[in-house]
Design a protein around this ligand. Structure first.
Ligand code: DLL
Length: 444
């Protein structure tokens, strides 16, 4: 493996925002005053919140301490859909400086808006996340998140600019061109989804370029679930430090939480702007304690155009104490989204579990798909894991690797499945958020 001439800058050389270094007590006092403001602001300005609070019999004045947040009703994606397009906005349209939206592949798009101040806060938090992940002012940043209504491209772009970087706004796709620009422009950092970075590394190898030989030193990856095993894969093949960045459009976009390169132990949630909670996904009246697994819920503390109260993300994780930024809690890796969970004969399964297991088997690549079928005349669903072998593996090697994968899935997840090892390059490659699950069961 090639070592770079310039070693990563020491993580301690950065100047942090004041809010990154305050005490937990000071942070919670700030959260309470911002929360009281936000809840009253949402109630006064957004009819949906007034209606929901009134129905639940709560009033903004009931919020006296942070724990009182649990009395307020949740907001869901469905609420945003019903209020399509601008019903959730708390400011007149002329104060909305930008609009983003989800793709809307499964129903109506969800639309979000930002005032000028919201955009400045967002850029500040993305800059904070990038800096935590090792990116420094003056570095060249190759931004391969998709530009457009998706928050990834423009959100990451504004953050990198705010940090003082030179941004290369390539967007997602056109992988050959990405590789040319990485070689010619010599960026220090790359921003992409983990599976798209894998696509880039793979395409480099096909062209005879060693992915470890580029100028890249840092990657800031998010927008989809990924595992420690995938981090190891990308860090070793590309000779980079890879950190996580988390976010969602309804709450802001990328930069709700970001990971520190010196600890690489999960993203710190920027709690001066968002109050997180973990709830029991099946019994949402139960707010869980730190360390317990459940569904992540967010309340915005500073947003003007789209204040969001107790938004149910459907992301499953847990809250952990802060480390590199002690006052800000971390989130554990996201196991998956509750709506991406496969229930196979009573056993719950997430694609990330398969990624974790498969990447520990040296003969198998990180390229896999999960196919769900229900064969004619049968009532039982079947899971087939289609996974590419590594280039270097023999036919005998493949047969035993398939068996190991099948056994490991049975042991660690509890599901029986079929494993189909396929040729390198035969499965669809990611351009952004990768689809892992192909549900071919008869509808209805
Ligand atoms: O994906 C925002 C984003 C862009 C985050 C670029 C990071 C980097 P949405 O399209 O609204 O926004 O999708 C949000 O993506 O609820 C999670 O399920 C998933 N997700 C985002 N970041 C991560 C991550 C953007 N680091 C949804 N790990 C979220 C796991 C993630 N899942």
């Amino acid at each position: 493996m090639t070592l770079h001439a310039t070693e990563p800058a020491a993580a301690t050389d950065a100047v942090l925002d004041r809010e990154e270094t305050i005490s937990r007590d000071e942070l919670e006092a700030l959260q309470l005053s911002r929360l009281q403001h936000t809840v009253a602001y949402a109630y006064d300005r957004v009819p949906l919140y007034k209606r929901k609070f009134d129905e639940a019999g709560v009033h903004p004045t009931d919020l006296r301490e942070l724990a009182d947040l649990g009395k307020f009703p949740f907001t869901t994606k469905e609420d945003l859909r019903l209020e399509y397009p601008f019903g959730m906005f708390a400011v007149p349209q002329h104060e909305v400086a930008r609009i983003h939206a989800s793709s809307g592949t499964t129903g109506r798009a969800t639309v979000v808006g930002y005032t000028k101040k919201d955009l400045a806060d967002w850029a500040k938090l993305v800059a904070r996340s990038l800096r935590a992940s090792g990116v420094r002012p003056g570095m060249k940043v190759h931004n391969a998140y998709g530009y457009g209504l998706f928050t990834g491209g423009m959100g990451a772009h504004a953050g990198a600019e705010a940090l003082g970087c030179t941004v290369i706004p390539i967007s997602g796709g056109q992988t050959e061109r990405q590789i040319t620009l990485i070689q010619d422009f010599k960026p220090d950092a790359i921003l992409a989804t983990p599976t798209y970075l894998l696509t880039i590394a793979d395409a480099m190898m096909k062209q005879g370029i060693d992915p470890a030989s580029t100028s890249l030193k840092y990657a800031v990856l998010g927008a989809e679930p990924w595992t420690e095993e995938m981090r190891h894969e990308l860090e070793t093949t590309m000779n980079i430090k890879a950190c996580d960045i988390y976010g969602l459009s309804e709450v802001m976009g990328p930069g709700v939480a970001g990971e520190a390169v010196e600890t690489q132990d999960g993203s710190h949630i920027w709690e001066d702007h968002f109050r997180p909670e973990i709830i029991d996904a099946f019994d949402p009246t139960k707010v869980l304690g730190d360390g317990e697994h459940g569904e992540l819920v967010f309340t915005s503390l500073t947003k003007e155009a789209l204040p969001i109260i107790r938004y149910r993300t459907k992301d499953l994780t847990r809250l952990l104490p802060g480390t590199a930024r002690p006052a800000h809690r971390r989130m554990g890796r996201i196991t998956g989204r509750s709506d991406d969970m496969i229930i196979l004969r009573g056993v719950n399964l997430f694609p990330s579990q398969i990624e974790e297991i498969a990447l520990r088997i040296p003969e198998l690549s990180p390229h896999f798909q999960l196919e769900l079928t229900r064969p004619e005349g049968q009532r039982m669903d079947q899971l087939t894991v289609k996974i590419e072998r590594r280039e270097s593996v023999t036919v005998e090697g493949v047969a035993s690797a398939a068996k190991v994968l099948q056994q490991q899935i049975k042991i660690h997840v509890g599901s029986s499945c079929t494993v189909n090892v396929v040729e390198p390059g035969s499965l669809e490659r990611s351009n952004g958020k990768l689809r892992r699950i192909y549900d071919m069961r008869p509808k209805g």
